[in-house]
Design a protein around this ligand. Structure first.
Ligand SMILES: Nc1nc2c(ncn2[C@@H]2O[C@H](COP(=O)(O)OP(=O)(O)OP(=O)(O)O)[C@@H](O)[C@H]2O)c(=O)[nH]1
Ligand SMILES: [Mg+2]
Length: 222
């Protein structure tokens, strides 16, 4: 079951987004293995709270934040674990096309969840590249940092995986602090913004090249 949630505050946000200020809109897909804290991360960011148990409902939240003086409106798709989704790495082309940016979450105390994260990162890169995307905004998140005594994945391994798949990397404890969730979402929004402006610049350059070829082509004909 997929639930869409939009609160009164978020409706107000939508109105602000419709104003004259330049705005950033982004669809964020949160994925990862079962019970790694995908919902905890999302809810922590949206409400600042950690409530402990979240059930297994798949939800899309709409939300707004101020980011570097600019209004950002975005939708966050908190997906269910891959096993229940029954798709390769919990991903399908529809979700991939929908998303502008990805948070791939694993638990530092769960080695298997790290392997799922690796598969998902590779799958994202493959499908997005196939669709012509240049740089894909992705952040790898190692959650449950408070469980040091049960650590099964070193920080170094996380960082290396992120480096090799061109993703950002953070280790956080959603249970302990709000700050980690905030940083992760803000960084991802920054990556989405950068990738959009890179795409716009590339399109602008292509336009200039096309106009120049048209002009010089015509001169040669004359
Ligand atoms: N110790 C610790 N527990 C956490 C942390 N984040 C989440 N949890 C716990 O991990 C369990 C799973 O959290 P969820 O947010 O439901 O995980 P999920 O990935 O959304 O799970 P599914 O949607 O069922 O795949 C819950 O019992 C949370 O309380 C954390 O940072 N530290
Ligand atoms: Mg969940």
């Amino acid at each position: 079951m997929l639930v869409q949630l939009r609160t009164a505050l978020q409706q107000a946000g939508k109105k602000m987004c419709e104003g004259s200020l330049p705005k950033l809109e982004a669809n964020i897909l949160v994925i990862g293995a079962e019970k790694v804290g995908k919902s905890a991360l999302t809810v922590r960011f949206l409400t600042r709270r950690f409530i402990g148990e979240y059930g297994d409902i798949e939800s899309i939240y709409t939300h707004r934040v101020m980011m570097a003086g600019r209004e950002a409106c975005f939708s966050i798709w908190d997906s269910v674990c891959p096993q229940r989704a029954g798709l390769q790495g919990g991903l399908d082309e529809k979700r991939l096309r929908w998303a502008d940016g990805f948070l791939v979450v694993y638990s530092i105390s769960d080695r298997a969840s790290f392997h799922v994260a690796r598969q998902q990162l590779q799958w994202i890169q493959q499908l997005k590249r196939k669709s012509g995307a240049r740089k894909v905004p992705v952040i790898l998140v190692g959650n449950k940092r408070d469980l040091q005594h049960r650590r099964a994945v070193s920080s170094e391994e996380g960082r290396l995986l992120a480096l090799s798949t061109d993703a950002g990397f953070f280790e956080v404890s959603v249970a302990e602090t709000y700050h980690g969730a905030l940083v992760v979402f803000h960084e991802l929004l920054g990556l989405v913004r950068d990738s959009r402006s890179a795409t716009r610049k590339a399109a602008g350059l292509r336009g200039i090249v096309r106009s120049m070829s048209a002009v010089f082509g015509r001169r040669r004909m004359e």
